[in-house]
Design a protein around this ligand. Structure first.
Ligand SMILES: NC(=O)c1ccc[n+]([C@@H]2O[C@H](COP(=O)([O-])OP(=O)(O)OC[C@H]3O[C@@H](n4cnc5c(N)ncnc54)[C@H](OP(=O)(O)O)[C@@H]3O)[C@@H](O)[C@H]2O)c1
Length: 263
């Protein structure tokens, strides 16, 4: 079915990203790469952030021909230099309208036996880095007509994991949800909305081993739709929350989980 020009203009006005700059962390793989491509397809300039330069280069080169563009920013978000590098890339671009705080990690260990260093590494990236990066980009987001922060949490940011070993991960994601709600309240007066997406299970580098194991069958039983998600299924929620259309939506957590959190 052909889409009329006026219909395209209407959709572009609601959900388009033309003329906007988005920072996407963890853009070198998995959900981050998919979300970065979606924002570029909607017309954004994306600053793609991660440590693996060759993966970011591939994302940039693969985006040729899409509506928007990509620049890369190699940064370890666990370091001061990494946060400064992203802030510098935003300054070079003269602004930032959207921050997708997606970079994350998981380490497995039971509550009684996980060592403190492992717990701290998970918190450092999944919580502290999001806290520090949002602060560093706040001056640019304030200047935007429609500043948007989207924190990528997890269903384990709203529900306890059904299998043992994810206490640090779940604690970090619950804390990220708390940070999301607090940022939303504090930054509302600045015209910045802050929301979280809580994905269920999606096949990526992070979950490859788990989803190939026998445990996957049991996990799938918790999904009313009886399947794991495809990374492309996350992007519609992202595009809504990143767009002018979501201007009166803030402090929410949007599950994209095939119904897991509805049990
Ligand atoms: N996949 C799922 O089922 C699922 C479900 C719920 C939530 N999530 C969340 O979604 C987000 C993306 O996960 P994913 O599944 O796409 O995993 P992934 O493929 O392993 O991606 C993780 C990303 O984070 C980046 N990263 C890791 N450490 C970093 C650091 N110190 N500095 C900068 N970047 C760093 C990685 O890039 P480099 O290694 O190149 O630095 C990579 O791009 C995470 O926050 C995760 O918790 C995933």
């Amino acid at each position: 079915m052909a889409v009329s020009q006026s219909s395209q203009d209407y959709l572009q006005g609601l959900f388009g990203q033309s003329g906007r700059t988005a920072v996407v962390t963890g853009a070198s793989s998995g959900l981050g790469a998919e979300m970065a491509r979606a924002l570029v397809s909607a017309g954004a300039h994306v600053i793609a952030v991660a440590r693996r330069e060759h993966r970011l280069d591939a994302l940039r080169d693969g985006a040729g021909g899409l509506a928007g563009t990509v620049t890369t920013c190699v940064a370890d978000l666990g370091t001061d230099a990494g946060i400064d590098a992203v802030a510098g890339a935003v300054r070079d671009r003269s602004g930032c309208d959207v921050l997708v705080a997606n970079a994350g990690t998981a380490e497995v260990g039971n509550v009684e036996s996980m060592d403190d260093e492992s717990f701290s590494r998970v918190m450092a990236l999944n919580l502290n880095a999001q806290w520090r990066l949002a602060k560093a980009l706040f001056p640019a987001l304030v200047e935007s007509d429609a500043g948007r922060v989207i924190n990528i949490a997890s269903i384990h940011g709203i529900l306890a994991p059904v299998r043992p070993g994810l206490a640090a991960y779940a604690a970090s994601k619950h804390a990220l949800v708390g940070l999301t709600r607090t940022q939303a309240v504090e930054w509302a007066k600045h015209g910045i909305t802050v929301n979280a997406i809580a994905p269920g299970y999606f096949p990526t580098e992070m979950t490859a081993e788990l989803l190939a194991s026998r445990a996957a069958k049991r996990l799938q039983q918790f999904v009313p739709m009886d399947r794991f998600g495809a990374p492309q299924e996350l992007v519609s929620a992202l595009l809504f929350l990143a767009s002018p259309a979501s201007g009166y939506v803030t402090g929410t957590v949007v599950p994209v989980d095939g119904g897991w959190s509805a049990w």
